[in-house]
Design a protein around this ligand. Sequence first.
Ligand SMILES: Nc1ncnc2c1ncn2[C@@H]1O[C@H](COP(=O)(O)OP(=O)(O)OP(=O)(O)O)[C@@H](O)[C@H]1O
Ligand SMILES: [Mg+2]
Length: 496
Amino acid sequence: MKEYWNSLASLLGVLAFSHSLLQLVFPPELRLLSLKFLSRIFHLFSSYCYFDITEIDGVNTNELYNAVQIYLSSFISLNGNRLSLTRALNSSATTFGQSNNDCIVDTFGGVTVVWEHVVIQRQSQTFVWRPFPEEKRGFTLKIKKKDKSLILHSYLDYIMEKSNEIRRKNQDRLLYTNSRGGSLDSRGHPWESVPFKHPSTFDTLAIDPDNKREIMDDLKDFADGQSFYHKTGRAWKRGYLLYGPPGTGKSSMIAAMANYLSYDIFDLELTEVHNNSELRKLLMKTSSKSIIVIEDIDCSVNLTNRKEKKNKSNDLETRHVSGVEDGVNSTVTLSGLLNFTDGLWSCCGSERIFVFTTNHVEKLDPALLRSGRVDKHVYMSYCSYPTLKIQLKNYLGYDETDLDSDVLNQLVDVVSKAEMTPADISEILIKKQSCNHKAVTELLEAMKLRADNNLKCGSLGERENSSDEEQEKRALECPKGLILNSLARKKRTWRR
Ligand SMILES: Nc1ncnc2c1ncn2[C@@H]1O[C@H](COP(=O)(O)OP(=O)(O)OP(=O)(O)O)[C@@H](O)[C@H]1O
Ligand SMILES: [Mg+2]
C-alpha cells in the first residue's frame, strides 16, 4: 500500500513539473497548439477512438442522434444515476434522457462501449436565415479501436432498428401537419407534430365486414411485405382512395389504419404548399412506417381549370393543383403531385401508405387514380344492415337477439332506403345512451322519415346531381332540412 502511495506521489510530481515547464518554455499562444499536439499523440497511441454524433448535421436534423437518444432512454431508466425526464404536450409517455455530460455503458456482441451526452451553449448568433437551438447537443461514442468495424457496421444499424421499434411500441404515435405553410422549425422540420390519440379502430368502424376483413388483410400483407416488394423491384408503398358521401367514416378509417399498423400520420394540407419543390421537401421529411394523407383531394385540385387546360394541351405541367386562380402563384402542379405519389421521389423512405379521400371520385383525374398510385379503391357507403348491426353493438351493446323481432324486421327493411350515414346514426344513438330502447325507437322513426322523404324527393345522390332549378323546385315541395343538407354538400366540394 505504501508503495502505491509513493508511486502516485511521484506521478503527481512529474505532472506538476511538466506543467511548470510548459508554462515556462512555451509562450501562451503556443501552449494551446502544444496541448493539441500532445492530445493528437495521445490519441495516436491510445487504444480508444471516439465518434461524435451531433444533433444537427449542418442544417439538417441528424436521424442517428434521435435514434441514439431513444435507444439509450430504453435502458437508461434502470442504469442511470442522474436522468433528465421529459413529457411532450398531451403525451402519455415519459422519456428518460441522459443528463448533460453524463456517461453510460452499453454492450453489443460482447463489446463494451461508452456513450457520453455532450451539451454546450451555442455562442450568441449573429443574423442567420434560420435560428439554431441555443444548446449544441451531441453524443460521443467511445470504443476500442479494434472494435471499430463491428460497431460501425452492425451496432449503429441495430440502434436505428431498435429505436424505431421502441418508438412504435412505447411512445404515442404522432400526427404531423404542414400547417405552418412551408416555414421550418429551429431543427429544420417542415412538419409540426402532436401525439395521435384517435380512438377509432377496425372494431369500432361500421363498414361491411367482408370489406373490413379484406382491408385488414391487405394492410397486414403490406406491412409484412418487405421482401416481396424488394424481390419484385417495387417501392414499398401502397395507395388507397377512400371515397363516398360525407360522414361515412373516411377519416375514421384512416385513424383505424394507423392504430392497426401503429404508423404515424402525415396530414398533408396541399393548399399550404407553395410549389413542387416544397412538396418534394415535405415528402423527404416524412418517416417510414407512416400514412401520408391528402383529405378531400378534389377540393385541393382546381378541376375546372384543369379540364379546360387539358383540352388545350396535354401537358401535365399546365394542370394546376393549387386552388389559387390561374396564373397567380399556382405553382403546385398535378405533375408534381403525381411524382409525389409515384415518381422517383416517392421512393425516398419506405413502408408508407398514401391515402386520398374525396366525396366526389368522378372529379378526380384518372392519372391520379391509376394502379401504383392508388392500389385500392374503397367505397364508403351509407349504412346497410350489417354496418347498422356494428353501430348498435358499439353504442348500445345490442346484438340482434336483443331487438324485438318486429323492430328488427322494420330496421332491416328501411335501412337501405333511408340512405343515412354512420355519422347520422351515431348522432341519434349517442344522445340516448341511458335508454337503449328509446334510442332504437327514435332511430327507426328517423330512418322511416328519411326513407319517405327519399321516395318523395329523390335520393340524396339524385338531389346532389340535379340542376339548381330542379333543386329550387324541390325546395318548395320537400322538407327544408333535406334540401339545405344537399346544398351544403354541394358547396363543400369546393372549399376555396
Ligand atoms: N363507418 C363509420 N363507423 C363508425 N363511425 C363512423 C363511421 N362513419 C362515420 N362515423 C362517425 O361519424 C363521425 C364523422 O365521420 P368521419 O369524419 O370519419 O366521416 P368522413 O367520411 O371522413 O366525412 P367527410 O367526408 O365529411 O370528411 C365520426 O366521428 C364517427 O363517430
Ligand atoms: Mg373526413
